[in-house]
Design a protein around this ligand. Structure first.
Ligand code: PMT
Length: 400
């Protein structure tokens, strides 16, 4: 993963128990190639010490406004110069109040005022502090000042109470930060997509399925959402967390997937089929578990609906994108599917490259030809697909 390669992030840590999650966030960002400068407030250092952040970032940690390590004595200004973003996580109620009123009485609050990069805060506080009218006013002011507010989440709190105010998890903050840095190439677009395998039941415990993990589709959903699209993700049975910002509908069989897609179709600008939909299903569904006998059994299969073909054939079809998973002759079969189903684009991949793992190598087939994207993490491949799709959506519509 090199999603933050070449980017420097300034992470402010204020005094909340959620500071331990900031350490994990730093680990994720550093692993993804970021340079992270941590700025600890005095209260933040009560929860996680500078040695932890120094070890995780491999860089010195900043704590004092009067720090003499910066040659010109201008740590409060220089630290954000050239940074991609300043994220304060956790951000306490007190720190947000300071920000809303423009106080600058320590290094972090001064950096926030003197910055020339986007500012995001991840609130972390007791639910009553979060609901307090003073905090509500401060949050509204910060939003008006174009400060990004990430979360908070609802759930059990360190104090034992349950409600809104928990800081987002490190992986969620990572996603939010990454999304905030992406160009909004698909802003205003509504995208409906399928992902994962389908499961075609034989009896109450058995069924036919395939090895799709859903990773490619979920990476795309994440990339679409990060690019500003409104994403509806119809997913077969997978064990992946819902990409932030996507509206997820879980289904099991191809027939359920088709019904969900058709119900969600009105008003969509794009339909994209990433799911490995079973082409056939058992003709009979046994109400009870099929018992073992002495001989073999024969399964009779009937075809499933082709969801993509059905959507693409409609008079009101949105821009349709298919995936083609092949084990050989990728160009021939993928381009064949694009033309046969009258699709705006087909993403071709070899099963040996893309099925199940974390990386993929794809070729995008459209009316202008074939556009290969090299082997890379699925998240990176997804971003390549997003930027190509954005260009196609800008171009006058037509298939061939
Ligand atoms: O999930 P991962 O482990 O990350 O793996 C990703 C992937 C390899 C599954 C993915 O990249 C991929 O190639 N998905 C499409 C797999 C597939 O079923 O291809 P196909 O050539 O059989 O189908 C062509 C297109 O028609 C696909 O867009 C498919 O969603 C759609 N289709 C197929 C059959 C059917 N009954 N209904 C459909 O909508």
């Amino acid at each position: 993963m090199s999603e933050f390669q070449g980017r420097r992030i300034v992470l402010g840590v204020t005094g909340g128990v959620a500071a331990y999650k900031a350490a994990e966030l730093v680990r994720l960002m550093v692993k993804a190639g970021a340079e992270v400068d941590v700025v600890l407030t005095a209260a933040g250092a009560q929860f996680v010490g500078p040695a932890t952040f120094q070890a995780l970032t491999g860089r010195q940690v900043w704590q004092a406004l009067w720090d003499e390590r910066m040659d010109n004595g201008m740590a409060h200004i220089d630290l954000t110069r050239g940074a991609a973003a300043l994220l304060v996580a956790p951000a306490t109620a007190d720190f947000m109040a300071k920000l809303a009123h423009g106080f600058a009485d320590d290094l972090l609050s001064t950096l926030c005022l003197a910055r020339d990069c986007p500012l995001l805060v991840a609130p972390a506080m007791n639910r009553q502090m979060w609901e307090n009218p003073a905090t509500r006013r401060n949050v509204a002011q910060l939003r008006a000042d174009t400060v990004g507010i990430l979360g908070p989440a609802h759930g059990e709190q360190a104090c034992g109470e349950v409600g809104e105010g928990r800081m987002l998890e490190a992986a969620e903050l990572y996603d939010e930060l990454l999304a905030s840095l992406q160009e909004k190439l698909l802003r205003g677009k509504r995208i409906l997509m399928t992902a994962g395998p389908t499961f075609e039941a034989l009896d109450p415990v058995r069924g036919l399925t395939n090895l799709s993990s859903g990773k490619m589709g979920f990476a795309l959903a994440r990339a679409f959402a990060a690019a500003g699209a409104e994403v509806t993700l119809v997913s077969g049975p997978v064990t992946l967390p819902t990409p932030r910002g996507a509206h997820r509908i879980d289904v099991r069989s191809a027939a359920q997937m088709r019904d969900a897609v058709l119900a969600e179709l009105p008003g969509q600008h794009v339909f994209i089929g990433v799911a490995a939909v079973a082409d056939y299903r058992p003709r009979e569904l046994s109400e009870h578990k099929i018992k073992k006998g002495s001989g073999g059994i024969t399964l009779e299969l009937e075809p499933n609906p082709d969801i993509l073909a059905e959507v693409a054939a409609r008079a009101d079809a949105p821009f349709c994108v298919g995936f083609a998973a092949e084990s050989r002759d990728l160009a021939k079969y993928a381009e064949g599917k694009r033309v046969a189903k009258k699709l705006g684009m087909v993403v071709g991949n070899l099963v040996q490259d893309g099925l199940g793992g974390d990386s993929n190598a794809v070729t995008l087939f459209d009316a202008t030809g074939a556009h290969p994207l090299p082997l890379a993490a699925k998240a990176e491949v997804a971003r390549g697909i997003v930027s190509h799709l954005a260009k196609l959506l800008e171009a006058p519509r037509g298939h061939d």
